[in-house]
Design a binder for this molecule. Structure first.
Ligand code: MD3
Ligand code: FE
Length: 218
């Protein structure tokens, strides 16, 4: 599957990546004029930072969060917490345009009851990559994860249930939404180094939002 093939897709195209994984091409574009200002407010309240891995290295991806829970990493490990360690306060609440768009995307992919309590926000400058990993720190594995790509394009690596399976490369562009759950929830995945470029709205960066149900159900 080439980038040209994807570029030829219309906004609204739904591509099935796995048994319960969908790429909703351009799904976030309908609400982009509400999403971007809301995101900007979140980032002002909780600025991006380069978390430290348990091994003591600064991550090249910069992160922040909104919602009841936020994702952090330090020398003790990574986990979801209620308080932003930088501000000492709770994370900014999840803005309604972000929550509404994520819920609609989940429903469109067959998950009508998605109730995210965390949105992890990743910033990639050109050259930044994310190595293959699984997302398994969330309490409720029955809930999907919804991912929204903004700004510069990237190549997403959609792997298997073991690290050794060769990943499929999926080009993701501004406004694309990926929903994965069920049988695909624990697939290995990553992002190739982001190519240099300038996005008309977001400049020299790719921002990825991942909406998660991180805490146990009430
Ligand atoms: C489809 N973020 O924060 S999100 C992460 O683009 C993370 O920032 C990446 O992985 C990013 O943990 C990727 C899109 C995604 C992630 C995992 C998947 C799509 C997936 C797993 C299986 C299928
Ligand atoms: Fe991940």
């Amino acid at each position: 599957m080439s980038a040209d093939f994807f570029a030829a897709l219309d906004a609204g195209t739904r591509l099935q990546l796995g048994g319960e994984a969908w790429l909703l091409h351009g799904f976030a574009l309908d609400s982009i004029d509400d999403l971007l200002p809301a995101l900007k407010d979140v980032i002002r309240a909780a600025p991006f930072r380069h978390m430290t891995t348990p091994g003591g290295l600064a991550m090249s991806v910069a992160t922040t969060s909104c919602g009841a829970l936020g994702w952090i990493s330090d020398r003790r490990g990574y986990r979801y917490v209620r308080r932003d360690p930088d501000s000492g306060h709770g994370w900014p609440p999840m803005p309604q345009p972000m929550l509404g768009m994520a819920s609609k995307a989940a429903a469109a992919a067959g998950f009508p009851d998605f109730q995210p309590d965390a949105c992890l926000i990743n910033r990639y400058r050109p050259g930044t990559r994310l190595s293959l990993h699984q997302d398994r720190d969330e309490a409720d594995m029955a809930q999907p994860i919804v991912s929204v790509s903004l700004g510069l394009p990237a190549t997403f690596l959609f792997g298997g249930r073991t690290r050794s399976e060769r990943p499929v490369r999926v080009p993701l562009s501004h406004g694309d939404v990926v929903v994965w759950g069920g049988v695909d929830r624990l697939r290995f995945h990553g992002v190739l180094p982001v190519a240099p470029g300038v996005h008309p709205q977001l400049g020299e960066q790719r921002i990825n939002l991942t909406f998660r149900k991180a805490g146990a159900s009430a």
